[in-house]
Ligand binder design. Structure first.
Ligand SMILES: [Fe+2]
Ligand SMILES: [Fe+2]
Length: 264
């Protein structure tokens, strides 16, 4: 049994196309899309339609949840969620309902696939997550192998004879490499994971990230473009450093981004 698992495409159509082409030569039995197909890069609708047309399991990620929560959860009215509102406007009501109905886990014998954890769409796993943390995240599940995305960096953690693999992002890799990335899982006596690194048309992806697009999604677009260019994380670092001050109206979002970019 060979499965290709693709996570965190985030609207990067060029990366998705390169990965699907690579998968064609890998003799896999099935493809699983592990969530966060949409949001951040300009081609969310095309990516969503492309993965739904694969007729394969597509799991829900926290960015799909954001899409169907816009207009319902007032949190998303804040300035910093402009990219999410822009992406939301690309979708029909039917597509938003389809996102809401996407499953949160998919199972093979001995293998659980989910976006973040069994209990949450947005929980992080890091090197600092303790065995107790991991036990709680996957309580009520028993599979010895777990594959998930969400954190956009390869990571393997073990506890209680269980293994959880975190995949790199297909479209927004943050581990320093610029290729589109996904994994092939093969079951012999046990499951094993092969990371795949696929060169893709980064120039075209950067060209799509035009000044016009950034003006439509707002200043955070500068940070997203920098992530595309470097393969390193800036958005979360920015939010950790400045979100409190922005929310308290001590600095505007625009000025905070400017100060952050000057200091990095
Ligand atoms: Fe993601
Ligand atoms: Fe996510």
């Amino acid at each position: 049994m060979r499965i290709a698992i693709v996570s965190d495409i985030h609207g990067n159509l060029h990366a998705l196309e390169a990965i699907l082409e690579d998968i064609q030569n890998q003799a896999v039995d099935e493809i699983v899309i592990a969530g966060d197909v949409v949001n951040q890069y300009p081609h969310s609708r095309q990516c969503f339609e492309m993965v739904m047309a694969l007729n394969c399991p597509v799991l829900q990620g926290n960015h799909e949840e954001y899409m169907y929560s816009v207009g319902i959860n007032q949190l998303f009215d804040q300035a910093r969620f402009q990219p999410i509102r822009w992406t939301h406007a690309q979708f029909s009501q039917t597509q938003l309902e389809t996102m809401q109905a996407l499953p949160r886990v998919y199972r093979y014998p001995d293998l659980l696939i989910t976006h973040a954890t069994a209990r949450s769409l947005s929980e992080s796993i890091t090197l600092d997550s303790s065995a107790d943390d991991l036990r709680a995240m996957f309580a009520d599940t028993t599979e010895p192998f777990i594959v998930r995305g969400h954190n956009h960096k390869w990571l393997t953690r073990n506890w209680d004879n269980r293994t959880v693999y975190t995949l790199e992002s297909a479209g927004v890799p943050l581990g320093g490499r610029l290729e589109a990335q996904y994994a092939i899982l093969t079951k012999r006596s046990v499951w094993s994971l092969e990371p795949r690194f696929v060169p893709y048309n980064l120039e075209a992806a950067l060209a799509d990230f035009s000044d016009t697009y950034i003006s439509e999604i707002g200043v955070l677009g500068h940070l997203l473009r920098l992530e595309l260019l470097t393969g390193k994380g800036y958005l979360n670092r920015f939010l950790q450093q400045y979100l409190q001050a922005v929310d308290a109206n001590q600095i505007s979002l625009e000025n905070a981004v400017q100060v952050f970019l000057q200091s990095t």
